[in-house]
Ligand binder design. Structure first.
Ligand code: UN1
Length: 509
């Protein structure tokens, strides 16, 4: 049962957390940008914003900070990120709760997001001693060839509401150890968690002591400040998370001035359930992948291909799970599914369900759940049995809709699986090694993430995170993603007394 929160208590709790974390009240009580809690739909902040001029000033200060920070040895830069990890550990309960308030996540997911921040800090600290380049064999005697990785410049971060703080930390932790400065434009839907994260970073900076002023900044405001980040000549790299539509604007603008981009755009993630699958395990993985975070992860499972031999067994079990999942206020109940972020999300979900119906889909769930807050949008997750892989199935709708389709031929299932614009995450459920390996092979899943017997969402930070095609091609977080935050110089050193030219060229003067 859900007990609804009194209308002012969410605001009070958010402000108490911000206060404890050291955010100045004037930053979120007297401004013009309104922030809402999707939990109750109430206003929880009035934020000060900056305009394009203010953004340019922040970028210029960050650029000056970069020029000093790039000369700080990388392991010392790692020390700052180590302190950030410590401060995040101390603030985990508060920041996790604020994520629940501002993004509507259930408590374990709010806390999990902060854990993801801590994990990337730990990872980046180790990495700060491992920014390795190669030594390469040269064809010339008395020469040595090597590569050196240097800091890049100001890194702009544009983040989305659904991972309001973790995505910043993936980028900021790596950018900082790589010797860069950071300017962050958080989602207009989740600015309070950004202010909180910045305050936590400022504690780490204070303990660190002598970092240059303006090394890592947050700027709140609208589209024009995103544009300022994209267009300013001193921003060397923009890491942007959001819709494919946003990426289509940001990518070419950056390319036009030869700046770098890391684009983390939409996902329309699929799973294939094969005849040998462990169904109990698959069921749990599908449930979390499709309904977790109310279907608002870029890695959410949105399309499921079920072999016809087990369709009649799995789908009724899925329907049961969908009918019984608890939807409710994440702040005061043990519900597994919290609210959608806003009315627009609800409307786009209903629109997709309408289109599914027109394409012959049979819909289970999807109705609004009334918790007594007219401006909050809770929904029953929707399971939609589709006769064909078409219509709304081909598009990402950022809501808990899982389209289920029957397949009989494995190759055809892989072809359908890959027949969407996005290419972020994918899963196969099978105990058959041939199917599993085929799914991971060159002619298998075309996504940046391909999993076996686990769901599409909930990646760890140690791997590179990102996807292909309309997902944008960027990689963040683990593996060698750090290289995108540095520039590479190839160095050839001649320690001989001769000047041999490569490729046997002679040029005697
Ligand atoms: C996102 O939804 O933008 O793999 C990021 C996951 C999380 C990150 C999601 N670690 O689901």
């Amino acid at each position: 049962m859900n007990i609804s929160v009194k209308s002012s208590s969410v605001l009070e709790e958010a402000h108490a957390i911000l206060d404890r974390l050291g955010v100045d009240k004037s930053a979120y009580t007297n401004g013009t940008m309104v922030s809402f809690s999707p939990v109750t739909g109430e206003k929880i902040g009035k934020l000060k914003t900056v305009d394009a001029k203010g953004a340019a000033a922040a970028i210029e200060q960050a650029h000056a900070a970069f020029q000093a920070w790039r000369l700080t040895p990388a392991p010392k830069r790692g020390e700052l990120v180590r302190l950030l990890g410590e401060e995040l550990r101390a603030a985990k309960a508060d920041l996790g709760r604020l994520v629940s308030i501002e993004a509507g996540k259930i408590p374990s997911e709010g806390l999990g997001e902060v854990q993801e921040m801590i994990d990337i800090c730990d990872y980046a600290v180790g990495l700060s001693r491992q920014l390795y380049g190669l030594t390469i064999a040269t064809e010339r005697p008395g020469h040595r060839m090597m590569e050196t990785w240097h800091p890049l410049g100001v890194v702009g971060i544009i983040s989305a509401f659904n991972f309001p703080v973790a995505v910043w930390s993936w980028n900021a932790a790596l950018a900082l150890i790589c010797g860069n400065s950071v300017v962050w434009k958080p989602s207009e839907k989740t600015p309070l968690t950004a202010l909180a994260s910045q305050a936590i970073l400022e504690r780490a900076l204070k303990r660190f002591g002598d970092a240059p002023a303006g090394l890592s900044q947050v700027i709140t405001g609208g589209r024009e400040i995103g544009e300022a980040l994209v267009d300013h000549k001193n921003v060397a790299l923009v890491s942007a998370t959001g819709s494919t539509r946003m990426g289509r604007e940001v990518g070419p603008r950056l390319a036009k001035r030869f700046a770098r981009s890391i684009l983390e755009l939409g996902g329309n993630n699929g799973g294939i359930v094969c005849p040998s699958a462990d169904l109990d395990m698959a069921l749990r993985a599908i449930a979390f992948g499709a309904m977790g975070t109310a279907g608002q992860r870029c890695t959410t499972l949105r399309r499921l291909f079920v072999h016809d031999s087990l369709y009649e067994e799995l789908v009724p079990r899925l329907k049961k799970a969908y009918a019984s999942v608890s939807v409710g206020n994440p702040l005061d109940s043990a519900a597994l599914v919290g609210p959608l972020v806003d009315k627009a999300a609800y409307d786009s979900m209903q629109k997709a369900l309408g289109e599914a119906r027109e394409h012959g889909g049979s819909i289970h769930g999807g109705e609004r759940v009334d918790l007594g807050h007219p401006d909050a949008y809770y929904v029953k997750p929707a399971l939609v049995e589709m006769p064909k892989h078409e219509g709304p199935v081909l598009e990402e709708t950022f809501a808990p809709i899982l389209y289920v389709m029957k397949y009989s031929d494995f190759d055809a299932a892989i072809t359908d699986h890959n027949a969407v614009g996005a290419g972020l995450s994918s899963s196969i459920f099978t105990l058959d090694i041939r199917e599993a390996e085929r799914f991971l092979a060159a002619d298998g899943s075309d996504c940046g993430i391909a999993n076996v017997n686990i769901g599409t969402s909930g990646a760890e930070i140690g791997g590179a995170f990102g996807g292909e095609k309309e997902t944008g091609g960027g990689r963040e977080s683990g593996s060698d993603a750090w290289r995108a935050y540095m520039r590479r110089a190839t160095n050839t050193i001649n320690y001989s007394k001769a000047l041999p030219l490569a490729q046997g060229v002679s040029f005697d003067i």
